[in-house]
Design a protein around this ligand. Sequence first.
Ligand code: PGA
Length: 256
Amino acid sequence: MTNKELDKKLVVANWKSNGSFAENLALINQLLEAEKAKEFASDLVICPPFVYLQQVAQLLKGSQIKLGAQNISQFGFGAYTGEVSAQMLVDLGVDYVLVGHSERRSLFAETDAISAEKVNGALAFGITPILCLGESLDQRESGKAIEIVLKQLELGINKLSKSEVEKIVLAYEPIWAIGTGKTASAQEAEDMHEKLRSYLKSIDEDMAEKVKILYGGSLNETNVASLFKMPNIDGGLVGGASLDAQKFLFISSLGN
Ligand code: PGA
């Protein structure tokens, strides 16, 4: 068994543009109760909207659950209306940040080049970027999924040193599976994860073993067991099911 297989799974909640002070309090309290009862087998990260980061940071004080943001500016301080910089996220105690989520790419014109700058910016401030990759249904049906996803990876990490790549997390999220109830089969997901791992191994074997590759896209309590059994699936990025404490706790209870 390799070190990687012994590692815990990483389960990341992407709340997207959902939540309220009252709902967040109720949800986090249920997670904290479960943590006390030692119900998690995985490491957990919660990514609330920016405006709730401070509330969730306060609630998570003393817990092992980490805080993540859903986006980060590629710029520092300055005249960038509406942006939130890496330094500000550090102030809030953020440990992880989603970068290049398909909704950012398709709705907010975030390119591979912008994602790469965000990855660099996060690393420079000690925040772990979770670089999201994935193909559309058309791209999958035309047999281009692997080529497209590996290109996204290449463009996302090409300015990083090996020791920097080692610090990032990848999330493979086929766009056709996000929020649709359709999931990639465990084998389809594993095939892509294996390709991503092989690409990293072509740069450096040791580094490739250290990078966690998460699956996302309608991950839920019914499909998680088969996905998490796969050797190259190191955890999950969970949207819809992360808003339901029971579903999210079930996913987090499976672990390694
Ligand atoms: P979903 O979202 O679990 O609701 O499909 C996943 C994501 O977009 O990160």
